[in-house]
Design a protein around this ligand. Structure first.
Ligand code: BEZ
Ligand code: FE2
Length: 405
């Protein structure tokens, strides 16, 4: 049994209980006890206390793409210009060193669990060897009717390969790229597969005005894009509602990523599907889309915070992402800071179907420890943490301490 204590322990239950001079006792992969440091030290021995530190569940970044870890050559300011630059960059896969450095920066910001979208499977080894908890979203893309069978075969092959890596910390999941890039026949098969597996299912959704215009009016950027890329696609495969209807009655846990152009009634539709939203504020700002209102969205359905990839962000530092959300939201700052910490812990774990994200007896011992000067003198703990935490001093995944910070 090991006992780790800190000036403030964020339990990250729904009431956002904070323990002063608290501690967590854990053995193997699981938490055995949570409470007062002095009591747990007496009960179990083998205790370490960290002054002016916060101990909380390891942070969860539910949406990134480790395969896109080369940050050079992307064009920002409009979604269309960015997507075109992605096509140029795709010719050049990033290196193993770039992917490892991306994972190191996630760990440094206290991320113990990552939802990684994999388009090609090049990231499989690096993620499986990372010691992080990984939700590996095998992504399906296929925008041509003629190419659908081979896209499906290629996808199933990648899923089968990834299945061989499944472990207590490596969880397989599925993703559809977007409504504009997956034909209905493939989406139907994908939802069916996700139902069978009862896994998480992620999709980029209403990220840009260009996408909304294509889905609503069959016009704008995607009209010209497909005229060049695949002239037989003269109109959108779906309307917004018909796309969402594909996910009715699914047992999969649904994550709709971005949703910056979604109306309140469309968000309510996702809520009825039991889904969550992942907002990536810095990526949305860079690509010229508006940012999602965190408070308004979180009142309708769980709103999580992700970094997206280095192709559309300046870093994978989740603390920076949370700070951006904190400073950009139009909402009272103190309750907002609590909601953001919960979004990156308990709510993200629930959305991904993981037994972590909360410091409670029986849960996985996924934890992060941050030095936050003067934290013991404040009662605005979540806000002080978001303002002043810089890097995780220690990180545990399934009770195993990850070195390197
Ligand atoms: C494709 O690879 O089929 C695709 C990618 C992005 C946008 C549209 C289509
Ligand atoms: Fe993404």
């Amino acid at each position: 049994m090991e006992v780790i204590g800190a000036s403030k322990v964020f339990v990250c239950d729904d009431a956002f209980c904070v323990l002063d001079n608290g501690a967590v006792a854990f053995e193997g992969a699981h938490i055995c006890d949570v409470g007062d440091f002095a009591t747990l030290q007496k009960r179990y021995g083998n205790a370490r206390f960290h002054d002016d530190c916060v101990l909380l569940p390891a942070l969860i970044n539910p949406h990134t793409h480790i395969e896109f870890s080369d940050s050079c050559g992307f064009v920002f300011g409009s979604f269309g210009a960015w997507l075109s630059s992605v096509f140029t960059q795709r010719q050049k896969p990033c290196s193993k060193e770039q992917m490892e450095s991306a994972l190191a920066s996630l760990r440094k910001s206290g991320v113990g669990c990552v939802g990684a979208i994999s388009s090609q499977g090049h990231d499989l080894d690096v993620l499986a060897c990372s010691n992080l908890r990984v939700v590996y979203f095998n992504e399906l893309i296929g925008s041509s009717h003629e190419g659908a069978e081979s896209a499906w075969e290629n996808f199933l092959q990648r899923v089968q390969t990834a299945d061989e890596y499944a472990s207590a910390t490596f969880h397989n999941a599925l993703a559809a790229h977007s409504p504009y890039s997956v034909v209905p026949k493939l989406l139907t098969r994908l939802v069916c597969e996700a139902n069978k597996r009862q896994c998480a299912l992620s999709v980029h959704f209403l990220e840009s005005l260009e996408e909304r215009q294509w889905l609503c009016e069959d016009s704008g950027f995607f009209k010209d894009f497909y005229a060049n890329f695949n002239p037989s696609n003269t109109q959108s495969f779906y309307r917004i509602e018909s796309f969402l209807e594909h996910f009715a009655n699914t047992k999969a846990r649904l994550l709709f990523v971005h949703c910056t152009q979604a109306s309140e009634s469309e968000l309510a539709h996702i809520a009825r599907l039991g889904g969550s939203v992942v907002s990536c504020p810095r990526s949305n700002r860079l690509l010229g889309g508006k940012m999602l209102g965190f408070k308004k969205t979180n009142a309708i359905l769980p709103c999580l915070i992700g970094t997206d990839s280095l192709a559309s962000n300046n870093s994978l530092n989740l603390l920076e992402e949370l700070r951006t959300a904190l400073f950009c939201a139009h909402a009272p700052i103190v309750p907002l800071s609590v909601a953001l910490v919960l979004a990156a812990t308990n709510n993200a774990a629930r959305a991904l179907g993981l037994d972590c994200g909360i410091l409670q007896n029986g849960k996985l011992a996924d934890m992060a420890l941050f030095h936050v000067p003067q934290i013991r003198h404040t009662h605005q703990e979540a806000l002080t943490f978001l303002l002043h935490a810089t890097y995780a001093q220690s990180l545990w995944v399934g009770g195993k301490e990850l070195g390197g910070n």
